[in-house]
Ligand binder design. Structure first.
Ligand code: TTP
Ligand code: MG
Length: 370
C-alpha cells in the first residue's frame, strides 16, 4: 500500500506528434494531412515521427521510410528541422520552470515535473497540468498531453493514456486498478524483447504480472524482475532528477598526513591539473577561471582564483596558473591538509545540453535527416 504521508505530485508532459506537429504548424498546406518526418520515401532512413493522420495507416517512429511509403502512399515526407524543434523545446521548458525547478527532461518533447512544492503555491497538480497545457498551446501553437500521479511510472503511462491533447489523473486510490487493467506494452521501461517474453509466459496485463512472485520474476527476467514486481503494484520511489548545468569542474584531495614540502606540493598540483584536464576533455568542457583551494593544518580554508583570456582545459595552462596562485598563499610556511583545483566559467550552456540530446536522437532514435 502507498503511504499517504509521503505522497508526491508528479506530472509527465509529452508533446503530441512533436516533429510532425511543428511541421504542420509552420506549413498550413500540411495541416490535416498525413505527414511523415524523416526524409524521402525512397531513402534508406527511418521515420522520426508521423502525424496522427499518417498513424492511422500504421506509420510510426523508427519504421523504414520505404515501408511507411507503402503503407501510406499519399503521405507527405518532410525533412526534419532540428532548430525549430529545439526552439519549441526551450519554450515548453520555460513554462515548466515557472512552476518548479524539479524538471527532468527525457527528450526534447517530454519531461517529468515534481510539483509537490511549486513556485505558485498551488495545491492541485491537475490544475497545474491544465495550465501548462494551455500555456504550451498559447506559446507554441502545439498541443501536449499530461499525466498526473504520485510517481513517475504512473504519470508517464497516464500521459500516453489520452493522447493527443489529453490530461489523465491517476490518484493513489485508483492506481492498483489502473495498473491491473494496463496492457504490458504500455508499461514504461518494459522493452520490446521483454514484452515478447512476457506474452509467451501468459503475462498480458498488469493483473497477470501481479500474480508472479518477486523471486519468479527475478528468475525469469534477472534484476529487472524486481522493478516489474514493484511497478505493477504502483511502487516507484524514483525522484525527479533535474539536469543541472555544470557550473564548475574540479578535483581535490585530503592527504593522510599534512604536507609542507614545496617540491612535493607543486608536483602534486601538476598531477592534479593533468587529471582535471583529462576529465574535462572527456566531457568536452573548458573553463576560463581557475581556482586553487588550500586547507591548512588548522582547517583554515582559502581559495585563490585567476581568469585566463581563453576557454581552456589544457594541462599546462591549468598547472601554470595553479602554481602562480600558490604564491599568493602561505603554503611553504604553513602545513596543508587539502589541495584542490577547479575550473569555472565553463563553456557548457543550455546549448551544450541540447547538443547532447541531438546526439542521443541521432544514435538511438533514428536520424532526423534520413
Ligand atoms: P515521441 O514523444 O515518442 O513521439 P511524438 O511526440 O512524435 O508522438 P506522441 O504524440 O505519440 O508523443 O517522440 C518525440 C519526438 O522525437 C518525435 O516527434 C520525433 C522524435 N523521435 C525520433 O526522431 N525517433 C524516434 O524513434 C522517436 C520515438 C521519436
Ligand atoms: Mg511526444
Amino acid at each position: 500500500m502507498i503511504k499517504q504521508e509521503h505522497i508526491r505530485k508528479i506530472i509527465h508532459i509529452d508533446m503530441d506528434a512533436f516533429f510532425a506537429a511543428v511541421e504542420q504548424r509552420d506549413n498550413p498546406a500540411l495541416r490535416g494531412k498525413a505527414v511523415i518526418v524523416g526524409g524521402s520515401p525512397n531513402g534508406r532512413g527511418v521515420v522520426s515521427t508521423a502525424s496522427y493522420e499518417a498513424r492511422k495507416f500504421g506509420v510510426h517512429s523508427a519504421m523504414p521510410c520505404s515501408q511507411a511509403a507503402r503503407l501510406c502512399p499519399h503521405g507527405i515526407f518532410v525533412k526534419g528541422r532540428f532548430d525549430a524543434y529545439k526552439l519549441a523545446s526551450q519554450q515548453i521548458r520555460e513554462i515548466f520552470f515557472e512552476y518548479t525547478d524539479l524538471v527532468e527532461p527525457l527528450s526534447l518533447d517530454e519531461a517529468f515535473l515534481d510539483v509537490t512544492e511549486n513556485h505558485k503555491g498551488m495545491r492541485s497538480a491537475t490544475l497545474i497540468a491544465k495550465e501548462i497545457l494551455e500555456k504550451i498551446q498559447e506559446k507554441t501553437q502545439l498541443t501536449a498531453s499530461a499525466g498526473v500521479s504520485y510517481c513517475k511510472f504512473i504519470a508517464k503511462v497516464a500521459s500516453d493514456y489520452n493522447k493527443p491533447n489529453g490530461l489523465t489523473l491517476i490518484p493513489p486510490e485508483e492506481a492498483e486498478e489502473f495498473l491491473e487493467g494496463l496492457e504490458i506494452k504500455k508499461f514504461f521501461g518494459v522493452g520490446k524483447a521483454t514484452q515478447k517474453k512476457m506474452h509467451s509466459l501468459g503475462i498480458k496485463t498488469g493483473a497477470d504480472l501481479k500474480e508472479w512472485s518477486e523471486i519468479d520474476l527475478v528468475k525469469a527476467f534477472g534484476k529487472s524482475g524486481r522493478y516489474y514486481y514493484r511497478i505493477c503494484r504502483g511502487i516507484d520511489n524514483r525522484e525527479v532528477k533535474p539536469h543541472r548545468i555544470r557550473k564548475s569542474y574540479g578535483k581535490e584531495r585530503t592527504f593522510s598526513d599534512d604536507k609542507g614540502e614545496m617540491n612535493w606540493i607543486t608536483t602534486f598540483l601538476d598531477e592534479l591539473s593533468e587529471s582535471i584536464s583529462e576529465g574535462m576533455q572527456k566531457i568536452n568542457a573548458k573553463g576560463k577561471t581557475i581556482t586553487l583551494k588550500v586547507r591548512y593544518k588548522n582547517f583554515d580554508t582559502i581559495t585563490r582564483s585567476q581568469s585566463v583570456p581563453n576557454y581552456t582545459n589544457d594541462h599546462y595552462q591549468i598547472s601554470t596558473v595553479a602554481r602562480q596562485l600558490l604564491e599568493d598563499t602561505d603554503v611553504g610556511n604553513r602545513q596543508v591538509r587539502l589541495l584542490g583545483i577547479s575550473l569555472s566559467n565553463l563553456n557548457l550552456s543550455e546549448d551544450h545540453y541540447y547538443e547532447q540530446l541531438e546526439l542521443e536522437f541521432r544514435k538511438g532514435l533514428g536520424s532526423v535527416e534520413c
